[in-house]
Design a protein around this ligand. Structure first.
Ligand code: SF4
Length: 214
């Protein structure tokens, strides 16, 4: 048990020192742009989202403008993003919900955020981590892969993995989320992870598990 706690603490320390004060690579200027960017980033890369949003926000800079947008125009502006048809509907609907229910402001609680169209637990947590630095974990494809390779979770779903990581780490969750995203994106990649030069090599058993790509 002590050994396992030590291992978790070593992973925490190494991730936080490799990516000190890591922040999202999404580009946004306010909480509305943050929310829209995070909704767009589901099953889409941050790089792609950052290519889409300048034109989108120029045309629809706030909930008022986005709520009145024509579906076809929003769809066309975000068409290079995965799931763009559904996401176009989400953006128009959530903007109207912000006007109707939240006085034009993005709400800052997970419960309220999840009443918005297209916003689930992961999206809500990412918004709260970015906007408020809350002590929350959010599990995207990178966090899921890294945490499973490191043996921090064997859960089958992102939600169950989030629960495991939250119980293991307890604090620094937002920072660890950001660090694991960057670590998975640039180092512990889905294909050809850079195990030879990995700072977490001593804590990782993945290399011993033959041929399992998570
Ligand atoms: Fe990922 Fe390889 Fe490092 Fe393990 S040793 S955390 S699989 S890069």
């Amino acid at each position: 048990m002590t050994e396992s706690i030590n291992r978790v603490e070593k992973i925490r320390e190494k991730l936080l020192s490799k990516f000190p004060k890591a922040v999202s690579e999404l580009k946004f200027r306010d909480n509305f742009e943050l929310l829209v960017s995070v909704v767009l980033s589901a099953q889409c890369t941050d790089k792609r989202v950052n290519m889409i949003t300048p034109n989108l926000f120029k045309r629809f800079p706030n909930p008022e403008a986005m709520s009145k947008a024509e579906y076809d125009e929003v769809r066309s502006l975000i068409s290079s993003c995965n799931l763009f048809q559904n996401k176009a509907k989400y953006l128009i609907n959530l903007s109207q919900q912000l006007l109707d229910n939240f006085n034009r402001e993005v709400p800052m609680s997970a419960k309220e955020l999840q009443t918005l169209s297209g916003v689930g637990q992961k999206t809500a947590n990412v918004v709260l981590i970015e906007a408020k630095g809350e002590n929350l974990m959010a599990v995207d494809t990178h966090v899921f892969r890294v945490s499973h390779r490191l043996g921090l979770s064997v859960a089958k779903t992102p939600t169950a993995t989030e629960k495991d990581l939250t119980q293991l780490f307890k604090k620094d969750l937002g920072e660890l989320h950001q660090a694991m995203v960057l670590f998975g994106r640039y180092h512990c990649k889905a294909i050809n992870p850079e195990c030879e030069n990995c700072t977490l090599l001593d804590e990782c058993s993945w290399r011993d598990r033959e041929g399992t790509l998570l």
